[in-house]
Design a protein around this ligand. Sequence first.
Ligand code: FAD
Length: 308
Amino acid sequence: MRISEFLNSSEKPFPSIEIVPPLKGVTRQGLVESVRPFMEFSPKYINVTCHRDEIDFRQEADGSFSRHLVRRRISETAVCAAIQAEFKIEVVPHIICGGATADQINTQVQDFLFLGIENVLALRGDSVLGEKRFTPVKGGFSYASELVAEVRKISKDAGKTMCIGVGAYPEKHFEAANLQTDIRNLKRKVDAGADYVVTQMFFDNAVFYHFRDLCREAGINVPIVPGLKPISNARQVETLPKSFYIDIPYALTSELEAHRDNDAVCYEIGQNWCIEQCRDLIRNGVPAVHFYTMGRPDNMLKILRDCF
Ligand code: FAD
């Protein structure tokens, strides 16, 4: 079933779960058991992130260096196939412009269609280490809007137009000059065929409501799903803003810093903050709440039990 149908037809908000593919070496059974705890909540689908190959330089016997592409994780396609087969639920693989030519995107989409996957989340991806700004490969795509149009075309030509989700940033994408410009670019993705939007994590719901209002004013009328992540330790007060360009409210950072040396208390503070955010979002009419689980069901279960 298409994610847009779930979002438009569900009578009550539901959790949307995102996992990260396991590192190579983890078995299929290992993956399945890490996802199984989420089945308590009958998720309608599971999102699987996509990770670009990393570049590794190895010294050869003659002293020269050779360049190698290294993928540290199992591919999103393999992970999706395993989840589908085990749990008989929909999967939403992420697909990125980064590192891929149009031909490679075509192959990837054909693999998804072969597996009966009818949903994807289309993203640009980030620059790789050592790259100042995102640079597409020759014959690749510069922006997610181009990828949306391409996935739509490939799947339509194959006889099954896929349902396409895209990313958005309530605090604006870090490269955009301002929120309004970023929302204009989000509209390009919707105009190119995106069926729904999933946001970056945020820790202040007022920021999300403001963003949602601006989107509606800009004529973005597809469902907007807010993204949440529970903070699980005090160190994330520094790491999350650096990695994801997001703000963490002072009320939360000061509480975490006051218990900096007590991981168990910080874990609970992060969990409770997320529960409060989620309940408030549900009261304010969101169709679903997307959770960045980072492959850790442990600190998600209480949140899901308390909210859904
Ligand atoms: P775009 O929509 O292409 O936007 C990128 C920037 O370009 C923005 O600043 C935008 O305002 C600007 N822009 C867009 N179009 C134009 C235009 N025509 N002209 C000028 N400027 C323009 N990354 C991964 O590598 N793998 C994942 O699995 C993954 N999952 C994610 C899931 C979600 C829900 C979200 C929100 C992000 C995810 N990301 C993932 C991160 C994402 O790839 C990065 O944030 C990336 O930097 C931007 O991706 P995008 O699709 O939003 O890009």
